[in-house]
Design a protein around this ligand. Structure first.
Ligand code: MN
Length: 234
């Protein structure tokens, strides 16, 4: 059974349940353990949370960037490097895709409403009785691994509805990565590294749907990749 390392965040339970319901085991990666936390882990799941400190990608912070955790940035950027060096599959969600992109040399839109002209709403305030509200469409690139993985849900089309609770997004895509989904307003909603065994990041929150299974295929593909022998790439 694949052991998935999950980074600590405030809403850990949905991530944990998404892995358990797909047949994986979970280890919560405590920063105090350092990069040794990854030893024996078959897959790395990067979770949601605070903005990455803009200094990490060489920018001055926009006034909207108030919630940063430099220690978390340091730990998770280190995890990305270590996981990629060891060929460990990565699934990165929300803040996770931002960490992944920055760790690999990319940059972020610091604040979508003020920096992306004509952008739609991405920071939905979710009513308590509809916590997993679908918010906007994404267009999935036809040549992407993401499309292959989600083909059942997409039923031959290349669009799907996702939830959306972010005010930042990928700007310059890290070298070697490609955009695999965008919102209709052009905001990047998913990236992947075509050279990696499985290295996919999504800006929405597929983990919120573990009860109803809308994005089960994404977790299944991640778990399947984590369960395979890895290339030991340096
Ligand atoms: Mn969005």
């Amino acid at each position: 059974m694949a052991l998935i390392g999950i980074t600590v965040c405030r809403k850990l339970e949905d991530y944990r349940q998404s892995i358990l319901h797909t047949g994986g085991e979970v280890r919560v990666l405590e920063p105090s353990a350092g990069l040794a936390a990854l030893d024996g882990v078959d897959g790395l799941l990067l979770t949601g949370g605070e903005d990455v400190a803009p200094a990490r990608y060489g920018e001055e912070p926009d006034p909207t960037v108030v919630d940063v955790d430099p220690a978390r940035d340091e730990f998770e950027i280190g995890l990305v490097g270590a996981a990629r060096a060891r060929g460990i599959p990565i699934l990165a969600i929300c803040r996770g895709v931002q960490v992944l992109n920055v760790a690999c040399g990319g940059t972020l839109v610091q604040d979508i409403p003020s920096q992306v002209p004509g952008a739609g709403e991405h920071s939905f305030k979710v009513p308590p009785n509809e916590p997993y509200l679908l918010a906007h469409e994404v267009w999935v690139d036809k040549d992407s691994l993401l499309l292959k993985v989600m083909s059942e849900r997409l039923e031959g089309a290349d669009t799907c509805e996702v939830n959306s609770r972010h005010h930042q997004a990928v700007k310059a895509v890290a070298r070697g990565f490609r955009v695999s989904a965008t919102a209709p307003d052009g905001v990047v909603e998913a990236i992947e590294d075509p050279a990696a065994h499985f290295c996919v990041g999504v800006q929405w929150h597929p983990e919120n749907f573990w009860r109803t299974g809308e994005f089960r295929a994404l977790f299944e593909a991640f778990l399947a990749a984590a369960g395979k022998p890895r290339d030991l790439r340096i």
